[in-house]
Design a protein around this ligand. Structure first.
Ligand code: NAD
Length: 499
């Protein structure tokens, strides 16, 4: 069986704790790999390597940093297929979807390659007689990233390219469910010439995370995962004096107004609800149909959903793969099984589905629940599976109020032909990312990604300008170079005034 270990100080390091976790191929249900689970001492070794590397990386020239990042970008481009295959083998998503994830991670590498422009400081000359003021941004030191299973390559790349471009060193704790892609990224960074210790990977579970959150030499923590863990990470790391951005779970609503192109809306709903088997933080999990269009929209979604081909991610015919674990599949099935008793009309029931020849895989079919009540479990919880809830609203105002009552505020979308209504929605909805006739509005790398309310704890969104800001701290330098002809200033106990 393959073993995935750690990457510390520029090399693969065997797990020393004696603890391992299983990594399963979700399509076959077979354990293919064991992943080392780091002890606190192993986390300490990774942080120590990162701290030692920061002494020179933190003051390395921008030219040196971007040279490495451009080489890494080229290597990433060359290894897209291989990384996508690693993702599919451990996550289960279809190959094309895995390639999409690599492409979106690469966007942030592109941004990091241009860090020279983002790190340009500001200078004001002559703020007072011969006094200049410069604002500069400096790296934080050692920063940690803790990432979820659903984007094993992209989410780490939301973090480390900008972090290291800004002069920090990095310790990544990937998901223990699909750790191989992160190790491949570490190898490629090494090949690109990144000095040893600048990027480290410790595999593990709660024990490793908690050590990072408390470690005195970790200056900042970027976390992406579920809301309860995001809350824990934010509270714990903040209590230990760290800067924290903790992105959590979601329940993303798509509001369909009566004038929308219903075919386009149904295409979008199916793509966004069932892509990656619903295991996306930006998946549309609730469609709100406004006015009299509900029955027609549900019929169009059903017709499309029934045509989706489910199968192993490495089969080019598959459009949707299995879920990450059997336990998660059973949990998702439980929401569908309980939906009718809580008032929903079960239009499509995906439970009990299997794929011939892969009977032990973590399969579930597509489920569509209509007239879902807002107090039902299927609506309230983040299901994180291929289950789409449809809710009905009489008016725009009722639909908006329903969306804004959700504790989550990650992404949302409106489907309409009315520009005024779309603009009103974008201003009034309480969510961090809004799509207008775009169902999955994941911002490009040079904008920032982040939700509101229980979808993000902390002040910064991730990547884009917020990323650079998060991974640096400001310093303002006020300078006077006196002219020899100046009269001596003399002692003045008054507060300095600029004149
Ligand atoms: P998760 O919260 O279970 O795990 C995320 C990370 O936290 C993993 O590295 C895991 O090892 C660690 N972890 C798990 N339990 C822990 C604990 N008790 N203490 C400390 N660390 C712990 O999330 P997941 O199941 O891997 O990923 C799916 C979740 O992530 C969904 O809720 C999804 O919405 C969310 N997500 C959010 C975004 C976003 O940008 N907002 C993006 C992707 C995924």
């Amino acid at each position: 069986m393959k073993t995935v270990n750690h990457w510390i100080g520029g090399q693969a390091v065997d797990g020393a704790s004696g603890e391992f976790g299983p990594v399963t191929d979700p399509a076959t249900g077979e354990v293919t790999t064991q992943v080392a689970l780091a002890s606190a001492e192993e986390v300490d070794a990774a942080v120590a390597a990162a701290k030692a590397a920061h002494a020179s990386w933190g003051t390395s020239s921008l030219a040196r940093r971007t040279t490495v990042l451009f080489k890494f970008r080229a290597l990433l481009d060359q290894h897209r297929e291989e990384i996508a295959r690693l993702i599919t083998a451990e996550h289960g998503k279809v190959h094309d979807d895995a390639l999409g994830e690599v492409a979106r991670g690469l966007e942030v590498v592109d941004l990091a390659c241009g860090i020279t422009v983002q790190l340009k400081g500001e200078l004001s000359t002559e703020v007072a007689g011969r006094v200049d003021v410069a604002s500069i941004r400096q790296p934080l030191g050692v920063v940690a990233g803790i990432t979820p299973f659903n984007f094993p390559a992209m989410v780490p790349m939301w973090m480390f390219p900008l972090a290291i471009a800004c002069g920090n060193t990095f310790v990544l704790k990937p998901s223990e469910k699909d750790p191989s892609a992160a190790l491949k990224l570490a190898e490629l960074l090494g090949e690109a010439g990144l000095p040893d210790g600048v990027f480290n990977v410790v595999n593990g579970d709660k024990a490793a995370v908690d050590r990072l959150l408390e470690h005195p030499d970790v200056a900042a923590v970027s976390f992406v995962g579920s809301t309860p863990i995001a809350r824990h990470v934010h509270a714990t790391a903040s209590a230990h004096g760290k800067r924290v951005q903790a992105l959590g779970g979601a329940k993303n609503h798509m509001l369909v107004l009566p004038d929308a192109d219903l075919d386009a809306a149904a295409d979008a709903a199916v793509s966004a609800a069932y892509g990656s088997a619903g295991e996306r933080c930006m998946a549309v999990s609730a469609v709100v149909a406004v006015g009299a269009i509900g029955d027609e929209l549900v019929a169009k979604i059903k017709e499309r959903a029934e045509r989706i081909t489910i199968g192993p991610g490495d089969d080019p015919a598959s459009e949707m793969g299995p879920l990450i674990t059997a336990a998660h599949r059973d949990k998702v099935a439980g929401y569908v099984a309980g939906a009718a008793a809580q008032g929903a009309e079960v239009v499509l029931d995906g439970t009990g589905f299997t794929v011939e020849g892969y009977e032990r895989g973590h399969w579930i079919g597509l489920s569509l629940l209509d007239k879902v009540a807002t107090d039902s479990d299927a609506y309230r919880d983040e299901i994180f599976g291929p289950v789409l809830c449809v809710l009905r609203a009489e008016t725009y105002e009722e639909g908006l109020a329903l969306i804004n009552a959700s504790p989550y505020g990650n992404g949302t979308a409106v489907f309409t032909r009315d520009g005024g209504a779309a603009r009103r929605f974008q201003m009034e909805v309480e969510a961090g990312m809004v799509g207008v006739n775009v169902p999955i509005p994941v911002p490009v790398g040079y904008h920032s990604f982040g939700g509101w309310k229980d979808s993000l704890f902390g002040d910064h969104h991730i990547y884009g300008n917020d990323g650079t800001h998060f991974y640096t701290r400001g310093k303002v330098v006020t300078t006077r170079w006196p002219d020899p002809a100046d009269a001596p200033a003399g002692v003045d106990l008054g507060f300095p005034r600029n004149h």
